[in-house]
Ligand binder design. Structure first.
Ligand code: SF4
Ligand code: SF4
Length: 203
């Protein structure tokens, strides 16, 4: 699997080298297979349990869910959220990061904040993807599976926010929790991104 060269600054960064950069102590400008595996490990329990709940009623009903998941994480979320991410500006026709690895980059890069409607679509997509299995779990009274499913979804989002969203270079994402001083350090090295946020960085 391919990832960006960890020794080379990302496309939006004006630094010559990542050596001695304090930003990388907090932010993830580069991604590794370990990051991807960590993400897959935290997200997969909710998908496996949700899929089991749907399958218990009808195996065919998994197909619309899979189409929803692929359509959302492969195209819609990429347009409304990832197209604002500095990583999106990097070379290549697909994403090489910890989440959405391999999703095609068919949209143009849009540095700067997400619009109200982009945020709305982003959250509606999440609600549909993780809400679809709920319909089957509730209507079939699969109470034990329902409780465990809800716990895995909650556990996923809590882990995501704590360990990934706190280090993510996409400040446009509504889930991003990077502190302002760290954002400022990143903006200093990525002036085009700063400009899109209408932040004037003086050198
Ligand atoms: S801000 Fe630039 S120099 Fe610093 S780690 Fe990220 S890509 Fe490398
Ligand atoms: S927002 Fe996250 S998933 Fe999307 S391109 Fe950036 S790092 Fe990857």
């Amino acid at each position: 699997m391919k990832f960006l060269d960890p020794n080379k600054p990302i496309a939006t960064c004006i630094s010559e080298t990542c050596d001695y950069c304090t930003v990388c102590k907090t932010l993830h400008c580069h991604f590794t297979l370990r990051d991807l595996i960590f993400f897959l490990l935290i997200v997969s329990p909710s998908f496996l349990l949700g899929g089991a709940g749907i399958y218990h009623i009808s195996g065919w009903s998994i197909i619309p869910w899979l189409i929803l998941i692929i359509g959302y994480f492969g195209f819609v979320e990429i347009r409304v959220m990832c197209s604002h991410c500095p990583h999106y500006a990097d070379k290549g026709s697909s994403l090489k990061c910890w989440a959405n690895y391999g999703s095609p980059k068919i949209w143009k890069y849009r540095p700067g904040p997400m619009t109200f409607w982009e945020k709305a679509i982003f959250f509606v997509g999440f609600a549909l993807v993780w809400g679809y299995p709920l319909f089957f779990l509730i209507s079939d009274f699969q109470l034990f599976l329902l409780i465990v499913y809800i716990l895995t979804v909650a556990g996923f989002f809590m882990t995501l926010r704590t360990f990934l969203c706190s280090q993510c270079i996409n400040f446009a994402c509504p889930l991003n929790t990077v502190k302002n001083e760290v954002r400022r350090d990143f903006f200093e090295r990525n002036p085009e991104v700063a400009k899109a946020w209408t932040i004037d960085i003086k050198h």
